[in-house]
Design a protein around this ligand. Structure first.
Ligand SMILES: Cc1ncc(COP(=O)(O)O)c(C=O)c1O
Length: 477
């Protein structure tokens, strides 16, 4: 819920909330039968006293806008009244009946809390903080780029200029050799994952993903009807032999890996293992999807050659993104693979939305070609390293033996094991109440007792206080 009460207004808080809900009902945004949040939940979300909401619901009930039944909560009244007396569609049946699954409630809860967080600590959102976005430089890229005359639909694979820039970019930075015709520009890495799961696989297909993995947080795998099998991640990433075992046991049809500064563990798959993965993929004929949004965020001189750079037979679909290196709101990602796959996915994406807007593509193209980009990236990794160090020191100093973790050499996250028995849900709720947000391990397909901390979203000066706040709640639950 994005709406907030206005504390400067002369209108009483309960009246503001009442008017807000009444408007939602009369505009049809809360159709007949809609279940309203519980009083406690709504009070938490709007950051008002629970008695305010009790008062609002009483008044809504008194005027007949809502119905209340013991045990089934407060719903928008299904009786005919006023403007809705013509009746309305039972949207709930459509919304809940679709095979496309909603975001997991715990993730939704944390994301909503992050949007409303004021004077709190966000260690949950896997994004850069706003001071790390090169906003000024992007703005001048927009000014420098001459405004396009042709504003018709773009090429189905995306803007040619950006695709050419990206083919040079991946050659320089990753030693991936490709041409513009084998690149599809996507709305972030997320859209690339979506297109692959929806268009290249069928319901019932088995796929392998890392365990833990960012992919577990995406209901899109379940929405596509895929059967998911985990590849345990150790300090050096997955064990390639496990791919072979899963192939023989479950006939897996595709493998999804995030080999560099893996989300959430921060680990890196060694070069030897990368070559083994390619060898297995070639021998068994299983495609590998290499999801690589963090590859350039290295704190050491070390460069990790993507699995794609060892792929001479077109077995790897490589996904890149500017979200973690430039800005997540730009929504620029890309997929590199065999031309037949790229044009199939480009066609599917065209059916969906006729392609990306030209503007972020032009900005990205201009920025990636400028010297500003290199300067930005160096400054960004230096700042991320500083924040990581601050966080590691705070974890040692404040939590000590209560947690175990491996210090990542790049990326945005620290994966922590909590050395006491806890319930993820309880920990998260307590965190939200106390304005410190983090991602529990269960979101990544792991049992309770693990937490992912992102050190990129908070300014360095707040990191120690955030860990203190976390330690405080941990000692209380
Ligand atoms: C491993 C991984 N893949 C894909 C994504 C999606 O990123 P994008 O913003 O490029 O869609 C994320 C976002 O956190 C991620 O961590």
């Amino acid at each position: 819920m994005e709406w907030k009460v206005d504390r400067q207004s002369n209108k009483p808080l309960y009246q503001q909330v009442f008017d807000f809900i009444e408007q939602k009902i009369s505009y049809g945004e809360f159709p007949l039968g809609t279940l309203l949040p519980s009083e406690r939940k709504l009070a938490e979300r709007l950051n008002v006293n629970r008695m305010t909401i009790v008062h609002v619901y009483d008044k809504l009930h008194a005027v007949g806008l809502v119905e209340r039944k013991r045990g089934s909560g407060t719903r928008v009244s299904t009786h005919k009244w006023g403007v809705l007396s013509k009746g309305s569609t039972n949207w709930r049946r459509y919304v809940e009946g679709s095979t496309f699954l909603p975001t997991y409630p715990l993730i939704k809860r944390i994301r909503e809390a992050a949007k409303q967080l004021e004077n709190g600590f966000d260690l949950a959102s896997g994004e850069l903080s706003s001071d790390l976005f090169p906003s000024q430089l992007l703005q001048s890229s927009l000014v420098d780029e001459s405004f396009p005359n042709d504003l018709s639909y773009e090429h189905p694979q995306g803007h040619l200029g950006l695709r050419e820039t990206l083919s040079a970019y991946v050659k320089t930075n990753y030693n991936i050799k490709t041409t513009s015709s084998s690149i599809l520009i996507t709305s972030g890495a997320q859209q690339a994952l979506y297109l692959i799961t929806q268009c290249l696989l069928s319901p019932g297909d088995a796929v392998a993903i890392e365990s833990p993995s960012y992919c577990y947080s995406l209901p899109l795998f379940q929405s596509a009807g895929l059967r998911i099998f985990g590849l345990p991640v150790g300090p050096n990433g997955i064990n390639p032999k496990d791919i072979e075992d899963l192939y023989h046991k479950h006939q897996i049809r595709m493998v999804f890996l995030n080999p560099t500064y893996q989300n959430p563990t921060g680990t890196v798959l060694t070069d030897t293992r990368r070559k083994e993965v390619i060898e297995i993929a070639e021998r068994l004929g299983i495609p590998i999807v290499e999801d690589d949004p963090f590859g350039l965020l290295s704190f050491k001189e070390e460069k990790h050659s993507p699995i794609k750079s060892f792929d001479y037979n077109g077995n790897v679909l490589y996904i890149g993104s500017l979200s973690k290196v430039v800005a997540s709101g730009l929504r620029i990602g890309w997929l590199i693979g065999p031309q037949s796959v790229i044009s199939r996915l480009a066609d599917a994406r065209q059916q969906m939305d006729f392609g990306l807007s030209i503007f972020p593509q032009l900005i990205a193209n201009q920025f990636l070609q400028s010297a500003d980009y290199t300067t930005h990236r160096k400054a960004l990794t230096q700042e991320l390293l500083d924040r990581r160090n601050t966080m590691i020191s705070a974890l040692h100093e404040i939590l000590g033996e209560k947690v175990s973790f491996i210090s990542p050499n790049g990326g945005l996250h620290i994966w922590c094991k909590i050395n006491q028995k806890i319930s993820d849900e309880k920990l998260v709720e307590e965190g939200i109440k106390n304005n410190v947000l983090f991602m529990p391990g269960s979101v990544y397909g792991f049992p309770d007792g693990y937490v992912r901390f992102t050190y990129a979203r908070l300014e360095k000066k707040h990191i120690k206080d955030a860990v203190l706040r976390f330690s405080d709640i941990l000692s209380r639950i």
